[in-house]
Design a protein around this ligand. Structure first.
Ligand SMILES: [Zn+2]
Length: 359
């Protein structure tokens, strides 16, 4: 029998407490960790304004609406909404059939687009931290608006960034889906939080923060009220959770200082990604918040989930048999190694984007 002790800490299963599922880590199969060379963050070469971009100020959108000549953040209802207030109604006899198994309902809700900045070529990594904080404040205001809206139970704020996650338009923006249902993962997290409360009489999210602070080596960014880390149970190689340290069920109750801190930690993670990979790093970002259905969620603690598809430069993590077919993640990396890579990035000469001077 081969001696496999050399693979200790690289080849094991870890349990994901928020999803109640196992992840298999097989980092020993990876040839060796790649090392970063110190490079300046990628230079931005795209123009600030693109006449073919449907998000740039003053441009026409698909159904003929013209964007205003906006100077800051711009929010509008999606022209191709996935959920809408005017989606087709479903007759009562169509709602349930097939022995109670086949059900339909109206695709009710509101879909919005949030442009972070009028400039076509900037990212949240490159703008000022104050600008990122403004975006966070805009999200909070959206949450307040949706929480007062009849028939809305959940609001999902998310950003798909980069061509590898299917977004061809680089204009910095995210989307908001407000729905009459609660997203499955959030529902699962609420159940897990309730289970942990019952079993250990503690808050599951707070315990994760305590654990990560204690271990310390997976922390990517931290300030007085926020923390960002690759969790012990990360599924994606560079997956990061960004959290306010104090519990907030949604952005609605966060103070301006806390929002700024959360924005700062979030941005620092972006910068570490961008410098490490020498590119505008793609990801799927979602803000996990409690439902806004009028009920109390005393054990829910909001966090930003960043899921980048890359597992190393030039290599995408493709979901295949185990993930798609079986529902469990197989990772070729181990969170501690990836955290070490991001922690070692030197941000001292990171430069914010400066508009070319208009003379
Ligand atoms: Zn644009």
């Amino acid at each position: 029998m081969k001696d496999t002790q050399q693979y200790e800490g690289k080849w094991e299963k870890r349990w994901h407490p928020l999803r109640d599922e196992w992840i298999v880590y097989a980092a020993h199969r990876n040839t060796r960790p790649w090392s970063f060379e110190k490079k300046p963050a990628r230079k931005n070469t795209a123009p600030e304004y693109d006449e073919n971009c449907y998000l740039c100020p003053g441009n026409l959108r698909v159904h003929g609406d013209r964007n205003p000549d906006y100077k800051d953040i711009f929010i509008f209802d999606n022209d191709h909404p996935v959920v809408g207030l005017h989606s087709p109604t479903i007759s009562p006899q169509q709602r349930e059939f097939g022995g109670g198994l086949y059900r339909k309902e109206k695709a009710h809700g509101i879909a919005r687009v949030v442009c972070y900045d009028p400039r076509h070529n900037v990212t949240l990594s490159e703008v000022s931290t104050a600008q990122v904080a403004k975006v966070f404040l805009a999200w909070k205001l959206q949450m307040i608006e949706f929480s007062k809206m009849e028939g809305i139970r959940y609001t999902l704020i998310f950003e798909n960034k980069g061509e590898v996650v299917g977004v061809s338009n680089p204009h910095p923006h995210c989307q908001i889906y407000s729905t009459d249902f609660i997203f499955t993962l959030i529902q699962k997290e609420i159940e897990q939080a309730a289970w942990y409360r019952k079993e250990y009489n503690k808050n599951i999210f707070e315990q994760i923060i305590v654990n990560e602070l204690e271990f310390e080596k997976r922390i990517i960014a931290e300030n007085s009220t926020s923390i960002a880390f690759i969790p012990f149970f990360a599924r994606y190689a560079y997956e990061v959770m960004v959290m306010p340290k104090r519990r907030h069920a949604t952005l609605i109750t966060m103070s301006e200082t806390e929002l700024y801190d959360l924005a700062q930690a979030f941005q620092e993670v972006q910068r570490r990604y961008d410098v490490a990979f020498d590119m505008s790093f793609p990801y799927v970002m979602t803000i996990h918040q409690a439902p806004i259905d009028g009920k109390e969620y005393p054990d829910y603690h909001l966090y930003i989930s960043i899921l980048p598809p890359y597992r190393q430069p030039g290599l995408i993590k493709y979901l295949a048999g185990p993930e798609i077919g079986g529902g469990n993640f197989m990772a070729d990396t181990i969170p501690e190694e990836k955290a070490q890579e991001l922690r070692s990035v030197d941000l001292s000469d990171f430069q914010e984007y400066q508009s070319p001077s208009k003379e």
